[in-house]
Design a protein around this ligand. Structure first.
Ligand code: GLA
Length: 733
């Protein structure tokens, strides 16, 4: 069966698999229109043809004979501006004469097996050409000789369509791209809600749901990274859609830099969503013969609510975005010394922690900030990636060997994109830091950003890192990025091309990590940007896990991890048990609750375990043993959200194996009260006819556990309480 068909008679493209259909048609005059995106249709025979509308005041295309077609209201696939569509344009291109009208008409199409890669950018992929088909539609503005190649990939077995665009200059003039969205999609009049993940440092990816009202909503980052504030992911859902019911459309940008999502409800109640590189302050000069590739957007359709939408993203990202040795490999339980010691560590202290870690079953020791240059605090040494002479008595290599001797792995913290004004690198190459000649630069955390768009900068840092990696036995890198970008200016570019710097920077960072990955394929990389300031699908292409937030408080993490799970799989979420009172919120929660929250991601510890009581150590040992026993379930099982902490005082979720024979359920209650409401917890996804043993004792059928549910123990006491349930299906004789 073909996944993509072109119906010559109706001039219609139909992308479909067993679950979804995406339909476009070429309207009279050659405009590419959106017809339908949703649950699979066997055939489309024209019932949804857009009505002829004669709207007073709306322009009609040049040479149009009647007044019934206007771009002002049509549902379009890649709209421009200045030609009769007054809504958000998907692109804006300045020509040499200063005009920016593009009149894109259909030129040709091509259907390919599989999915082509994107030049220099991260993207989802196929392992075999039979997994997907790709439709390339070329639209052309004859006047400027600009071609837009719209790429649509449909996967055979997933409710996924990916989109991206190539802008091509086939003429002899130069053009300036001001905006080139990855995609734009128009929906006929529907009362959508918008779901977005907003936040701040220590409070990332908070779920916000709002009704889409007339006008434009902009969600973006101008910070140089995808940001703590607005994640490049949104959903459009029906007002009645919840975790288990209703239609939901997800849009996830595979990019880690400045991004922009715009949602507009127009005069007819139609909704347009565009997503891509942020057009604010962006420009890209396109000389004759050149092309510009936009990042990719992963669109997911679910007719069974948000859990199904998330599962589709999780599976796709685990299976066809994340790459390399550690893809789908169980990730080690780690201990990180940051919250244990901050900058104040010695070899003795670290060995004490390592010794203890080994006895508790921890598999990876990560030495965080402070091991290089003269880094006693956060004011110096970024850019000087040489060992801090004398800080560790026997040196870094010795420490890595000591860790390995104990059968553990060794990891190191790095912040390669940064430079401290107090550093040897800055003394030698102050010009490599982003700055504008003649102006003072803003500092953040006492540091500047290196211009990673420049190959000489990348080479210098690469050689420094290589020297470390070739002497110290490093298995893991925590790649940090601790400030937003300002004075984004490249000394090697002419004035008119400065608007391309932020994107060139991102391409430089991607090229750097790609080189690192290919030279050191065994390295496990974990992303970080002041916690989760760069938690996006682009970064996951290079790093299979990301530190979810600097806020390790178990209660804050309920919302942070719940929100993050909307798009990103638990296998990608670094989650640590830390000390109490918590260093970010001063809250004290039980070790059990801290463990239950951290087990819901990639489990780690970030506290001075050598100073714990014997009872606490025993409890941690048990947590780790339990986690290891069920690790593939936690990291790669199906994650199902049951109770939403954004809606109340409780949270619950479960992990269930793909064969549905095993599950672990977590329940959390934030605040207690004298008389507590009785909560019935209903599970999901179990086999209704199968018997499950719960917590090693009682046996219930799956349907009972799902449809009748069970009461949470009314005796569960105290604030920040939690419970864990383990379910195992009985073998059928
Ligand atoms: C950032 C990270 C932390 C830690 C510090 C070290 O804030 O998010 O986890 O690594 O830097 O300086």
């Amino acid at each position: 069966m073909h996944l993509i068909e072109f119906d010559e008679r109706q001039q219609l493209f139909h992308l479909k698999n067993e679950q979804i259909s995406y339909i476009m048609n070429i309207a009279s005059g050659g405009y590419l229109q959106q017809v339908y995106f949703g649950k699979r249709l066997q055939v489309y025979s024209g019932i949804r043809a857009y009505p002829d509308l004669n709207i007073q005041f709306s322009p009609n295309p040049a040479h149009d004979k009647d007044r019934s077609y206007s771009l002002d209201v049509s549902l379009l696939e890649y709209p421009g501006n200045g030609f009769g569509d007054f809504r958000i344009p998907a692109h804006s291109i300045y020509h040499e004469n200063g005009s920016q009208v593009t009149d894109l008409r259909f030129k040709r199409y091509e259907i390919r097996q599989g999915k082509p890669t994107l030049t220099s950018l991260p993207a989802t992929y196929v392992m075999d050409a039979s997994e997907a088909e790709t439709l390339l539609i070329v639209l052309e503005d004859v006047g400027s000789k600009i071609e837009m190649e719209l790429s649509y990939t449909i996967y055979k077995d997933r409710n996924v369509i990916t989109r991206s665009t190539v802008v091509r200059n086939t003429g002899s003039e130069n053009h300036m791209i001001k905006k080139a969205a990855s995609m734009s999609l128009d929906f006929a009049n529907r009362p959508f809600d918008l779901l977005q993940l907003h936040g701040s440092w220590g409070n990332e990816r908070q779920l916000c749901r709002e009704k889409i009202s007339p006008g434009i909503k902009l969600l973006d980052s101008k910070r140089g990274a995808s940001s703590h504030q607005h994640n490049p992911f949104v959903c459009l859902v029906e007002p009645s859609t919840d975790e288990t019911h209703g239609e939901a459309y997800g849009f996830c940008l595979v990019y880690s830099g400045n991004h922009e999502t715009m949602v507009e409800r127009d005069q007819l109640g139609q909704t347009r969503v565009t997503m891509g590189i942020n057009s604010f302050d962006f420009s890209w000069k396109l000389t004759a013969g050149e092309s510009f590739q936009t990042p990719e957007v992963v669109m997911v359709y679910s007719e069974q609510g948000l859990n199904e939408l998330s599962s589709t993203y999780h599976d796709l990202f685990n299976e066809r975005l994340i790459r390399g040795t550690h893809k789908q490999k169980e990730r080690p339980v780690l201990i990180n010394n940051w919250e244990a010691t901050y900058f104040d560590f010695s070899e003795e202290k670290l060995l004490e922690i390592i010794e203890e870690a080994q006895s508790l079953g921890i598999e990876l020791f990560v030495l965080d900030d402070g091991w290089f240059g003269k880094r006693e605090d956060d004011t110096t040494s970024l850019g000087d990636w040489v060992e801090f002479e004398g800080k560790l008595k026997n040196g870094l290599r010795f420490l890595s060997q000591e860790v390995h001797k104990r059968g553990m792995k060794f990891g190191l913290w790095l912040e390669p994109e940064m430079i401290s004004p107090v550093s040897n690198l800055y003394n030698e190459h102050a010009e490599w830091a982003f700055h504008i000649p003649g102006r003072d630069s803003a500092v953040a955390r006492s540091q500047y950003v290196l211009n990673f768009a420049l190959s000489e900068v990348r080479d210098n840092i690469y050689q420094q890192l290589k020297a470390i990696l070739d002497t110290v036995e490093v298995d893991y890198i925590k790649w940090d990025m601790n400030r937003n970008m300002t004075e984004v200016y490249s000394l090697d570019l002419p004035a008119e091309e400065q608007g391309s710097t932020a994107h060139r920077y991102m391409l430089g960072v991607y090229a750097f990590v790609e080189r690192l990955r290919s030279d050191y394929p065994e390295l496990l990389l974990e992303g970080c940007a002041g916690g989760g300031g760069r938690f996006d699908a682009g970064w996951l292409y290079y790093m299979p896990q990301i530190w979810t937030s600097d806020n390790s408080d178990a209660v804050s993490r309920l919302k942070i991890q719940y929100g993050t799970s909307l798009a990103y799989p638990p296998s990608s979420m670094g989650a640590h048990v830390s000390a109490i009172p918590n260093h970010q919120t001063q809250r004290s929660t039980s070790l059990a609750t801290r463990g239950n929250v951290a087990m819901s991601g990639v489990l780690g510890y970030e506290l001075d375990i050598s100073s714990l009581t014997t009872i606490e150590k025993e409890e941690i040992k048990e947590q780790i043993a339990f986690y290891k026993q069920h690790r593939s379930l936690f990291q790669f099982g199906k994650f199902v959200r049951l109770l939403d902490p954004f809606l109340g005082n409780e949270a619950a979720w479960m992990f269930i194996s793909k064969d549905k024979k095993e599950a672990v359920v977590f329940y959390f209650r934030v605040m207690t009260q004298a008389i507590r409401p009785l909560q019935v917890l209903k599970l999901q996804q179990l086999l209704p006819d199968r018997q499950y043993r719960v917590n090693g004792s009682d046996i219930y059928l799956g349907d009972e556990l799902m449809y009748a549910g069970f009461f949470i123990d009314p005796g569960l006491e105290g604030d920040y309480a939690s419970q864990l349930f383990h379910l195992k299906a009985l073998e059928v004789e």
